[in-house]
Design a protein around this ligand. Structure first.
Ligand SMILES: O=C(CO)[C@H](O)[C@H](O)COP(=O)(O)O
Length: 204
């Protein structure tokens, strides 16, 4: 069973007070802190960068626990990437943009050293506060059916009004930026996101 992981996106935090924002979210019950890394060339730890291999060592040294790269820029070197990420003690994950077919991640999940998380983008990568794309739930349903214990993450437009669709489809890792950081009571939003994932996984 894939357990709920609620990951506030630090892209929506107060950048002038990153450390206290991180502690605030952990105290509110967050499991992971989601870091978006963009190099400007490939808009979108979730690394929205052209050459993720360059970032494995520095992120490992910086203490990242998960390193998620985009399938669209890693067609030629994903095996090397996954092995490097694991050798630095991080959890390898692969992300796909809304226009990328879900089948593109199957080889990475079926390798002898597989990725351990798939991030289904539910907005075009780049910035917080965009509208959730419900049509992406087909990808989540397909992945959940094929890989029952996989960590499936969704990112973009997640909050109280959209979590039901994501959780029912089978997502268990929820990245939420503006809905958590913009809430008067972020802990309540985090609890609600977690409960939706737990309820949906018990019902399935
Ligand atoms: O990856 C991202 C943007 O590329 C962000 O993590 C994402 O947009 C979260 O923000 P929000 O929950 O406000 O949509």
């Amino acid at each position: 069973m894939a357990t709920a992981k609620i990951a506030p996106s630090m892209l929506s935090s107060d950048f002038a007070n990153l450390a206290s924002e991180a502690h605030r979210m952990l105290n509110f019950g967050a499991d992971w802190l989601h870091m978006d890394i963009m190099d400007g060339a490939y808009l979108d730890c979730h690394l929205m960068v052209t050459n993720p291999l360059d970032y494995v060592e520095p992120f490992g040294k910086a203490g990242a626990s998960g390193f998620t790269f985009h399938v669209e820029v890693s067609k030629d070197n994903w095996k090397e990437l996954v092995r490097n990420i694991k050798s630095k003690g991080m959890r390898p994950g692969v992300a796909l943009k809304p226009g990328t077919p879900v089948e593109e991640v199957y080889p990475l999940l079926e390798d002898e050293i597989p990725v351990e998380l798939v991030l289904v983008m539910t907005v075009e990568p780049g910035f917080g506060g965009q509208k959730f794309m419900p049509e992406m739930m087909d990808k989540v349903r397909t992945l959940r059916k094929k890989y029952p214990s996989l960590d499936i993450e969704v990112d973009g437009g997640l909050g109280p009004s959209t979590i039901g669709m994501a959780a029912t489809a089978g997502a268990n890792c929820i990245v939420a930026g503006s809905s958590v950081f913009g809430a008067a009571e972020p802990d309540q939003v985090i609890s609600l996101l977690r409960k939706s994932v737990d309820d949906a996984s018990q019902a399935s």
